[in-house]
Design a protein around this ligand. Structure first.
Ligand SMILES: NC(=O)c1ccc[n+]([C@@H]2O[C@H](COP(=O)([O-])OP(=O)(O)OC[C@H]3O[C@@H](n4cnc5c(N)ncnc54)[C@H](O)[C@@H]3O)[C@@H](O)[C@H]2O)c1
Length: 327
């Protein structure tokens, strides 16, 4: 049996494809490559170029391949874009996600691992954030993810679909083969490393008056390989007959923007100019996970959690792939 990986040509998906294959799993990728890279997936992996909402294509794929589970990464994931183009986000992430789930269930595939996000919590009332924290997103991206969590829960009750929704905090880092190449890039670490590589003049720090030790925003960074491992463990949980679960993925450690920049200066040995700017709307001061549940339910333990390891791996990848993936 093979695992269907939607969004397998994207950043986290491509690392997970590699990990599953290294562990002896057969995988099939479905990706429209609008935001990903065909070359991020080895040529011998079965690859269907198309959309999760294309019911005919997904039904054909399920007829051609023997699939026992789906890991669903495919989504649009820019918060700002979701605010200016909400329809696109509800359509791509929610409606196409629903179509995918219906097509899978109709074909008898009832194990589903979902890329959810800490953005489903909205402005946190308490930090670190446990899974039981109220979910009230502050942008359409977060809502589109929360709605799909709701869909999954309702399908569990109605059809017995079992799912693990993994609420990632900040994915970062790289493997030797795969790294982060988003166009445009909005994530802090690749932007800082672009400044280190001389590909941008400076890094902007949005907000220096937060109630944090150095005044800059604090986030919980998790290495993309550790994230990928959690997906494999979620599959194992579901294959063993485990219950549906929503689980945070973070290390439980927070790092400020200034700390990340300092670490990058140390790791790269390069000059990185930083410019202080005002806060961005909707950016909470601190986002840190309570990560006990992943440890308890999945047996997950981050192996590459040190910030210098995360930044160092991303830098290695950038040095080896200065232009990112070829077009
Ligand atoms: N990167 C993070 O820090 C982070 C944090 C929380 C949650 N997430 C979630 O994790 C998932 C993966 O994130 P990423 O950073 O790897 O994103 P990415 O943009 O690199 O990868 C997403 C992939 O999905 C594809 N895709 C999007 N919509 C599609 C559709 N309807 N049909 C087929 N393919 C489609 C894109 O072309 C792309 O290859 C996303 O669901 C994202 O919301 C990411």
């Amino acid at each position: 049996m093979a695992v269907l990986i939607t969004g397998g040509a994207g950043y986290i998906g491509s690392v997970t494809v590699d990990l599953l294959r290294a562990r002896g799993e057969d995988v099939v990728v479905l990706d429209d490559v609008a935001r990903g890279h065909r070359s991020a997936v080895d040529p011998d992996v079965p690859f269907y170029k198309g959309r999760t909402g294309d019911r005919a294509l997904v039904a054909r794929l399920l007829g051609e391949r023997s699939i026992d589970a789906c890991i669903h990464f495919a989504a649009l994931a820019y918060v700002g874009e979701s605010v200016s183009e909400p329809g696109r986000y509800y359509s791509n992430n929610m409606a196409e996600g629903l179509a995918l789930i219906e097509t899978l269930v109709a074909a008898g595939v009832k194990r589903f691992v979902f890329s959810s996000t800490c953005a489903t919590y909205g402005e946190p009332e308490q930090v670190p954030i446990p899974e039981s924290h109220p979910q009230w997103p502050v942008n359409p991206y977060g809502w589109s993810k929360l709605m799909l969590e709701r869909v999954l829960s309702d399908f569990d009750h109605a059809t017995g679909l079992k799912f693990v929704a993994l609420r990632y905090f900040n994915a970062a880092g790289a493997t030797a083969q795969r790294g982060e190449h988003h166009v445009p890039e909005t994530h802090l670490i690749p932007l800082i490393l672009d400044a280190a590589a001389g590909r941008r003049s400076h890094i902007s720090i949005f907000g220096t008056d937060y109630p944090t030790p150095d005044g800059t925003a604090v986030r919980d960074y998790i290495h993309v390989s550790d994230l990928a491992t959690a997906h494999l463990q979620a599959l194992t949980h579901l294959r063993a007959g485990g219950a549906s679960e929503c689980i945070n993925l973070g290390t439980g450690q927070g790092h400020s923007v200034l700390e990340v920049i300092e670490t990058a200066r140390r790791v790269t040995g390069r000059r990185i100019d930083a410019q202080r700017e005002g806060r961005r709307a909707g950016d909470p001061a601190r986002l840190i996970a309570v990560s006990d549940k992943a440890r308890r339910v999945l047996g997950w333990e981050p192996q590459l959690g040190a910030l210098a390891t995360i930044v160092g791996s991303a830098w290695e990848w950038k040095l080896a792939h200065p232009e990112g993936y070829p077009n």
